[in-house]
Design a protein around this ligand. Structure first.
Ligand SMILES: C[S@@+](CC[C@H](N)C(=O)[O-])C[C@H]1O[C@@H](n2cnc3c(N)ncnc32)[C@H](O)[C@@H]1O
Length: 387
């Protein structure tokens, strides 16, 4: 998109175009484009319709606030989820930081959280269209300014970096593909308070020894690894998992949880952030549990303990992991809605579900896992109050 069109789109002049575009059942339809082009140029029409479509998509991330925001497709995909941005901004505020440079601010999801936490924000973005949208998204905060640049302001006290992880071929997980570069980010943070947002799959070997590491999940999705420098809450060497707004400090070097052959009354499925942060043993201790098998992130226990760090399931029945026996069980129980979870077993749950031919009114969940007594299928039910 041309930056001139972007400026028009965020101006009052474009409000009628956006209102019309947002009203179409399908903003990507030909009829919507035809109707728009009667009043606006093809470029303006396309920009308003794309925005309407992006706002609709953005509701899953930003809720109703999305209807007032501006997005690029990449900007939306890369934007930090509000709950995680709020947690991060809270940590800057807790450190009495009054100003932050958000370098590579995208459409400004983190900048918004910093501004809401009362910090002065200098948001730097090299892409002119994205910068226009960030400016519009931050318009309600006089304490936030956006500059179009690819240079780090020399007087940045506290810093936040969220390097782009995309190449021409799409999303990339390679450190070498980061922009700004990995080396630049680490050098920029040297001697400063700040945070570097990374992909949650970043190899452990990349985590600098002088930074604290927190893996964050949101609604069960593992969304980022936040590397902190100069933080009291997440000092050098710290490892932890953020689930919702709850933090579990982990110790990846600790002894693994014990493995027991005992039939559990409950199975806990740890949140993905807990697993990635090496917190399974810690969680097992919290719920008086054990691992169903070595290196398998299912925790068995006889106790139901309230925790936000795992989903708890009550075990109803223990079956051998045998396809014919499972098909018979599914048939006998009249199971039509079948959820299959598996770890440590070489099976595609979606394909297995099809082969088991679920038919009937009942719903069931099967957890497949190796155990020290062999592979088992646990028929379970979610303990909803625990989630
Ligand atoms: C992952 S996005 C940031 C998302 C943002 N934290 C949010 O939640 O909305 C990274 C942004 O950095 C910008 N960027 C990449 N390299 C840059 C550089 N050298 N200088 C300034 N901005 C840069 C990209 O254009 C992209 O918009």
């Amino acid at each position: 998109m041309d930056v001139g069109v972007a400026r028009w789109l965020v101006s009052d002049a474009a409000a009628p175009a956006l209102a019309l575009a947002c009203g179409f059942a399908d903003p990507q339809s030909l009829s919507a484009a035809d109707a728009m082009r009667k009043r606006w140029t093809p470029e303006q029409s396309a920009a308003a319709l794309t925005q309407a479509w992006l706002r609709r998509k953005a509701r899953t991330k930003f809720g109703a606030a999305a209807d007032q925001m501006f997005f690029t497709p990449d900007g939306l995909q890369q934007a930090t989820r509000p709950a995680v941005a709020q947690w991060r901004a809270g940590e800057y505020a807790a450190h009495s930081q009054t100003a932050v440079v958000d370098f590579g601010c995208g459409i400004g999801a983190d900048s918004l959280a910093f501004a809401r936490a009362g910090l002065q924000v200098m948001a730097v973005e090299r892409d002119p269209v994205t910068a226009v949208f960030a400016q519009a998204n931050l318009a309600a905060f006089p304490s936030a300014a956006v500059i179009t640049s690819d240079e780090l302001p020399p007087d940045a006290a506290a810093l936040f970096l969220d390097p782009a992880r995309r190449t021409a071929a799409g999303r990339s997980w390679r450190v070498a593909d980061l922009s700004p570069s990995w080396e630049f980010c680490l050098a920029a943070l040297r001697g400063r308070f700040g945070c570097l947002k990374c992909g949650p799959g970043l190899g452990y070997e990349y985590i600098p020894s002088d930074m604290g590491a927190v893996w964050a999940s949101d609604s069960g999705d593992l969304v980022e690894l936040a590397l902190w420098r100069g933080s009291r809450a997440y000092p050098a060497g710290f490892r932890g998992a953020l689930v919702g707004q709850q933090l579990l400090a982990t110790d990846p070097g600790a002894e693994p949880a014990p493995v027991r052959a005992e039939t559990p009354g409950f199975i806990y499925e740890p949140d993905p952030a807990v697993i990635r942060a090496g917190g399974v043993a810690r969680l097992a201790a919290m719920v008086s549990g054990w691992q169903l098998a070595e290196n398998i992130a299912y925790i068995g226990s006889q106790e139901l303990t309230a925790t936000g760090f795992a989903t708890a399931f009550a075990v109803l029945e223990v079956l051998d992991y045998d396809e014919r026996a499972l098909a018979k069980w599914v048939r006998a129980a009249g199971v039509g809605v079948l959820e299959i979870k598996a770890r440590g077993i070489d099976v595609d749950p979606a394909k297995l579900r099809r082969r088991l031919k679920p038919r009937g009114d009942a719903a069931a969940t099967l957890i497949l896992s190796p155990t020290s007594a062999g592979a088992r299928a646990f028929a379970v039910t979610r303990c909803r109050a625990q989630v």
